[in-house]
Design a protein around this ligand. Structure first.
Ligand code: TRP
Length: 333
């Protein structure tokens, strides 16, 4: 049995790109009987850059509701909130003794963040990778499904795990690897002509899993297009390719073929294509929205999920911490 751990910062309701690019694969992993999966909300990590209490509470609830709506089943996966595991900061403190200032200062995400938040370069920001390593090795994980941008953090996690093992001459922590699904990942482009749907793009760039029907129509109708093809079988410019790629994700093959033929014959009407895309996207999003909204008003259920998940996660974390303390000589009586 392999242990899988992944965390997500509480960013609220996700967009289509998050779903097709990542969450759908977490769900697939969670359904694989070879894995025991732990998925959590990294609320401590968000404190390295944000500090609005009311906002944090709302975002954490929205994030949990979204993951459940996407199909993560609390019966199959341990779903919990990072700050519900006191063992994580405990391990973080111990790992901090193994983490060197020099290696932490070299981390790309740290360098980016000190540029973005030059007024708030705190120790938590610098030790972000140590906390992340604690999240992962607290369950002695083997695989960590994350995006490419997290590879360096995983490398550091392996370094801390190896350093612990070699300093105490034990074989206690496995060396966890980033697992990013390779070619199974679907790239979801933005509606503003950008290569990737993202939260930080133009206002209409991303379609969220809880967007209303009219909101979706409005965003899709504003999607960037060009003057149309002037010769048969012309190569599609990026923004048009994006609209076709979005159709690939949400529309029926016949529909896609119809518009592709129209493009190649130079009689495509982008207005019609976008209307169709909007309706197909609505069909894809509506069940998510309904589920998210149902879950958000059912606080008791959300609470029950993370309470139960927290219990199971603490049980696993306790075993690790006891092992670590024993190895380090912190078991006196
Ligand atoms: N750093 C990750 C991100 O920004 C979130 C995260 C925190 C994480 N702890 C983790 C991911 C542990 C995987 C495992 O996306």
């Amino acid at each position: 049995m392999e242990i899988v751990v992944s965390g997500t910062r509480p960013t609220g309701v996700l967009h289509l790109g998050n779903y097709f690019g990542a969450v759908r694969n977490y769900v697939r992993m969670s359904e694989d009987p070879n894995y025991t999966c732990y998925f959590f909300i990294a609320d401590y990590h968000s404190l390295t850059t944000h500090h609005q209490p009311a906002e944090l509470t709302k975002l954490v609830k929205q994030t949990i509701a979204t993951y459940l709506a996407c199909g993560l089943d609390p019966k199959k996966v341990v779903i919990y909130i990072q700050s519900h595991l006191p063992q994580i900061p405990e391990l973080y403190l111990l790992l901090n003794m193994l983490a060197y200032k020099g290696e932490l200062e070299k981390v790309a995400t740290f360098k980016e963040k000190i540029k973005m938040h030059s007024e708030n370069i705190n120790a938590g920001l610098m030790t972000y990778p140590v906390l992340m390593a604690s999240d992962i090795i607290i369950h002695r994980a083997h695989k960590v499904p994350v995006g490419k941008d997290q590879e360096q953090h995983l490398e550091m996690t392996r370094n801390f795990a190896k350093r612990f093992n070699s300093r105490y001459d034990v074989d206690f922590f496995p060396e966890p690897v980033a697992y990013n699904f390779g070619s199974e990942l679907i790239k979801v482009p933005g509606l503003d002509g950008s290569l990737k749907m993202s939260k930080s793009g133009a206002a209409n760039n991303a379609v969220y899993l809880d967007d209303g029907d009219d909101e979706i129509r409005r965003k899709v109708m504003k999607a960037k297009t060009d003057g149309g093809p002037t010769e048969p079988n012309q190569v599609k410019p990026q923004e048009i390719k994006n609209i076709f790629e979005l159709m690939d994700i949400v529309s029926a093959p016949d529909t896609i073929r119809h518009f592709n033929d129209a493009y190649n014959n130079c009689n495509i009407r982008y207005g019609d294509m976008k209307k169709q895309l909007a309706e197909d996207m609505i069909k894809c999003i509506a069940p998510f929205r309904q589920k998210i909204n149902e879950l958000l008003v059912n606080e008791d259920y959300l609470h029950k999920v993370v309470r139960k998940g927290g219990e199971a996660a603490r049980e696993s974390a306790d075993k690790t911490i006891s092992g670590v303390k024993k190895i380090m000589g912190l078991n006196y009586f």
